[in-house]
Write a protein of this length. Structure first.
Length: 112
């Protein structure tokens, strides 16, 4: 679920200190049961900490999480469209995406 403040147009969990207008869609994988969580943020590190500290009711039961995939977007609207598309994909697709992301460089959506 995307959490957005409608007054300010900011994504909750993002840091104003990043100084970046980039918005990310991200895919987290639960180490507890292998399920996935898809979301949007401006600060991936901070958002992962929030998820792993139980800061969101929707993801607290399945923590801990690892970042499986992310993609940069120039606007919130672009990120939101990608998030909706990604949420419709099945677990087989998301597992494959996570596997490929482990091989790709970070600038192409890969993770460490």
């Amino acid at each position: 679920m995307v959490e957005q403040s409608h007054r300010k147009g900011k994504v909750r969990g993002s840091s104003p200190l990043t100084g970046s207008n980039m918005v990310y869609t991200y895919l987290l994988k639960s180490l507890r049961d292998g399920s996935f969580y898809t979301g949007i943020t401006e600060n991936l590190d901070e958002r992962l900490k929030i998820h792993n500290n139980g800061g969101l009711k929707s993801s607290a039961r399945k923590r801990p999480y690892v970042l499986a995939f992310f993609r940069k977007h120039a606007s919130y609207q672009e990120a939101r469209k990608h998030e909706i598309w990604l949420k419709k994909k099945n677990v087989v697709y998301k597992n494959r995406l996570a596997e490929v992301a482990q091989l790709a460089p970070p600038e192409l959506g890969g993770v460490k």
